[in-house]
Structures are given as C-alpha cells and as structure tokens.
Design a protein around this ligand. Structure first.
Ligand SMILES: [Zn+2]
Length: 178
C-alpha cells in the first residue's frame, strides 16, 4: 500500500499515513491534495487521483515530540550509509561503547558500521583499538527525520521536507538497501 506525506496547514511535515487514510482526509474535505502520485483510485461512483502529499486544511497543534526515534533506517540516513570507522559501505549498527560494557542504545552511542569493523571491534572501546569516529554521533534534528525514519519515501516529498532538515538526507539514503 503506498503511503502519503501529511503536512500541517502550516506546511510542517506531520507524518506518513497509508493511502486509504489520506484519501479519506481529502474526501472529507479535511485535507487538500498538493501532489498526485499518478495513480487513480476508483470507487463505485467516481475516479480520484491518488495523492502523494496532502495538507490539512486546519492547523493541528502538535505536542512536543521528543527526540527523533532511533531506527536503523534513520541511523543509516544520518551516517550517509557509510561506516563511521572506515568510511566503507555500512551494513550493520554498532554501539560505540559496547552494550556489554554499559553503552546505551541512543543516538550518541550508535553508528552505522561495515561488517568488518563491527567484527574487529567486537566489544572493545575505541581507545583500546586506537580508532576514531569520522563524526561525533548526535541525534538528528528536524521534522523531516521523523518522515525518513519511517522508511516510506517518495521523490515527490522531497521539496516539502527540504525546509525541515531533510536536505540531502533522502538522497543519501538512495544507496542504502531497505
Ligand atoms: Zn568499517
């Protein structure tokens, strides 16, 4: 089932919903379609272009949402699909301070890593190996990351996400397998 990007009336990205739910919003006149996917939906009485981006007609106040959820996809996007130790193609998630030694599963302590580095590092500290991180890991900021972290994506969303921290993030995850 394709997914649809939902924007607030202010154009802030709110989330991603299944196509069916977005259609209901449009049919109930709660949202306007900003971008069409090119596909069509058929009901008994009419044919409607399937939306790819919709915008709510009334502004919805969104409570503070806390940090961007730490998902494998969002992490790989943050690190550009590259191993944070050697720069090779990342295939796994590594805890900088190993979990076995008290490291947290948190943005500040996880990095994308290639299989080799992950294997060599095992449960050692960077100091013991004399390794350095290519960047200091930090939580991503910007509403766009919540969208990227869902794993759903569509090139039509990019112009709507760019002002909210996506910038090249969508492009960066192009090379990353799902
Ligand atoms: Zn590596």
């Amino acid at each position: 089932m394709p997914h649809v990007l939902v924007l607030n009336a202010s154009y802030e990205p709110l989330g991603v919903v299944p196509l069916r739910r977005a259609l209901v919003l449009v049919l109930e006149n709660k949202a306007q379609c900003l971008e069409e996917s090119g596909a069509f939906m058929h009901s008994a009485t009419r044919t409607i272009p399937a939306p790819s981006v919709v915008r709510l007609k009334r502004f919805v106040r969104v409570p503070y949402r806390g940090p961007v959820p730490l998902t494998r996809r969002a992490l790989f996007a943050r690190d550009g699909g590259r191993c944070m130790y050697c720069g090779g193609v990342a295939t796994s998630v590594d805890h900088v301070i190993p979990k076995s030694r008290g490291g947290q599963h948190a943005w500040e302590n996880v990095v994308a890593s290639c299989r080799r580095c992950n294997h060599v590092k095992a449960d050692r500290h960077l100091l013991e190996l004399g390794w350095r991180l290519r960047h200091k890991p930090a939580p991503p900021t910007g509403l766009a990351w919540r969208i990227i972290g869902t794993g759903h994506r569509d090139p039509r969303w990019l112009p709507y996400l760019q002002p909210f921290g996506a910038d090249d993030a969508m492009a960066r995850i192009d090379g990353i397998s799902a």
